[in-house]
Design a protein around this ligand. Structure first.
Ligand SMILES: [Zn+2]
Length: 83
């Protein structure tokens, strides 16, 4: 097995290692400690604030999408683990 140090990895691999060891929002760059929650889609993350901004932007541009959003939210349990 060939061992490679981070310095010899492809840029994308270095980005993945850095993102996994020091998670921060890929959009606003706030660390986990500065936001309510980070959602991971490795190697990227989005924080609750950027997700909310995205929802607002999509809602303004696509008003019909709000109905889908609202029906999705209505199906969510009030607390994690509830059905
Ligand atoms: Zn963010």
């Amino acid at each position: 097995m060939v061992q490679r140090s981070p310095a010899t990895l492809a840029p994308n691999s270095r980005h993945r290692i850095e993102a996994m060891s020091n998670p921060a929002c890929s959009f606003c760059h706030k660390p986990q400690s500065a936001v309510l929650q980070l959602v991971a889609v490795p190697p990227s993350y989005i924080c609750d604030e950027c997700a909310m901004l995205a929802v607002e932007m999509i809602s303004v541009r696509h008003p019909d999408w709000r109905e889908r959003l609202m029906s999705t939210l209505a199906r969510l349990p009030d607390r994690p683990g509830e059905k």
